[in-house]
Design a protein around this ligand. Structure first.
Ligand code: NAD
Ligand code: WQD
Length: 339
């Protein structure tokens, strides 16, 4: 059974391709390599023994997207990862984000309609919840006005999919990821942040390896037990496994509605200091950090209620925070050897 994985050479996409192949799916990746590299295909093959099919083009190009669907008329389902994801950059370049993230989705949905493809899994984000009034965040926790163009593309995309399927033979699963971190245990694939990372985990590993002088901890005056902000960090391999289950659910007709929404997290919140301590514990390295003021736009705390995904998908995140931080470090060391 052939699955199209857009953005499949990227961070979450590449881990998902590995899990799909392990379950016997044939994978075809479309990626324009705007935030990933072609070597990822060989690195996937080192893990699974099979290089996925690959087509390089920009999904905002409607003609190329339609030509692709005509050529590959045996695609059974789509997992749509391809998007830009840097929150700060989206504030600087909103149109670039709206164009890339929304036009590519329009082309994918149109391609599904034109070519009779019924099932799509979409990468959404916990960013749609903002700072929830009540924690943990459930799938029916009210969506709040997005605080960045990036976040807004996820909200609009969810609406676009929900509205489109009403009159079409399309079904969708919207997966709201919390904070994916870590890497495959082989260290053949992982996250490849360009330039100075904004996210916590790559900043920690780059500090530990000596690329950065120290980690800046953004704020220790939050209303949390140790004053630092709390997130629900999830191992990227656990996240990847959930995509395979989502695809299997749709193709096996097990879904209950045309659109289903699931939180993907562990259900546990950890503070920035707890992540640092986990990194130190799992690697034996003492991390250089300084406490600074809050980062503008950051929320105080969020973690997921994962009970719906646990019961309906039969999926549960299994890996511990120490496994996440240890695997991120193994990946950072593997990157250093490659250079
Ligand atoms: P990533 O940048 O590593 O992967 C995205 C891939 O899509 C890249 O390989 C990029 O080259 C490709 N791409 C982007 N625009 C494209 C286009 N127009 N045509 C073809 N390919 C294109 O990002 P990721 O962390 O793997 O994220 C995957 C998805 O998950 C994104 O939709 C992202 O918004 C979402 N998400 C990520 C996180 C996170 O923290 N990483 C959290 C929540 C949601
Ligand atoms: C985590 C915590 C920081 C860096 C972002 C996006 C969100 C979603 C996930 C895609 C926060 C603190 C960080 C540093 C720090 N992505 N931190 N020093 O902000 O929860 O979410 O990624 O959908 O949309 O906004 O993730 O990794 O940037 O930060 O102290 O150098 O680590 O303040 O509390 P965030 P993050």
């Amino acid at each position: 059974m052939k699955i199209l994985v857009t953005g499949g050479t990227g961070y979450i996409g590449s881990h998902t391709v590995v899990e799909l192949q392990a379950k016997g799916f044939e994978v075809i990746i479309v990626d324009n390599l705007s935030n990933s590299s072609i070597e990822v295909l060989d690195n996937i093959a080192k893990i699974t023994g099979k290089k996925p099919l690959f087509e390089k083009f920009d999904l905002t190009d409607s003609e190329k997207t339609e030509d692709f669907f005509k050529l590959h008329n045996d695609i059974k389902a789509i997992i749509h990862f391809a998007a830009f994801k840097a929150v700060g950059e989206s504030v600087q370049l909103p149109l670039m984000y709206y164009r890339n993230n929304l036009v590519s989705l329009i082309n994918i949905l149109q391609g599904m309609i034109n070519n009779g493809i019924r099932d799509i899994v979409f990468s959404s984000s916990c960013t749609v919840y903002g700072q929830p009034e009540r924690l943990p965040a459930r799938e029916d926790t009210p969506i709040q006005k997005a605080n960045s163009p990036y976040g807004n593309t996820k909200q609009i995309a969810e609406e676009m999919i929900t509205e489109t399927i009403v009159n079409e033979n399309i079904r969708a699963i919207l997966l709201r990821y919390f904070n994916p971190i870590g890497a495959h245990h082989s260290a053949f694939i992982g996250e490849l942040p360009l330039g100075i990372p904004n996210n916590l985990m790559p900043y920690i590993t780059q500090t530990a390896i000596g690329k950065r002088d120290f980690l800046r901890v953004w704020g220790d005056d939050y209303q949390t037990p140790d004053g630092t902000a709390i997130r629900d960090y999830i191992h990227v391999v656990d996240l990847a496994r959930a995509h395979v289950i989502a695809v299997e659910r749709m193709v096996a007709e097990k879904g209950k509605n045309d659109v289903e929404v699931f939180n993907l997290g562990t259900g546990n919140g950890f503070s920035v200091m707890e992540v640092i301590r986990s990194f130190e514990r799992s690697t034996g390295i003492k991390l250089n950090f300084k406490i600074l003021g809050r980062r503008p736009g950051d929320i105080e705390q969020v973690w997921a209620d994962t009970r719906f995904a646990n019961s309906e998908l039969g999926w549960k995140a299994e890996k511990t925070l120490d496994e996440m931080t240890a695997s991120a470090w193994k990946w950072e060391k593997a990157l250093a050897v490659k250079k």
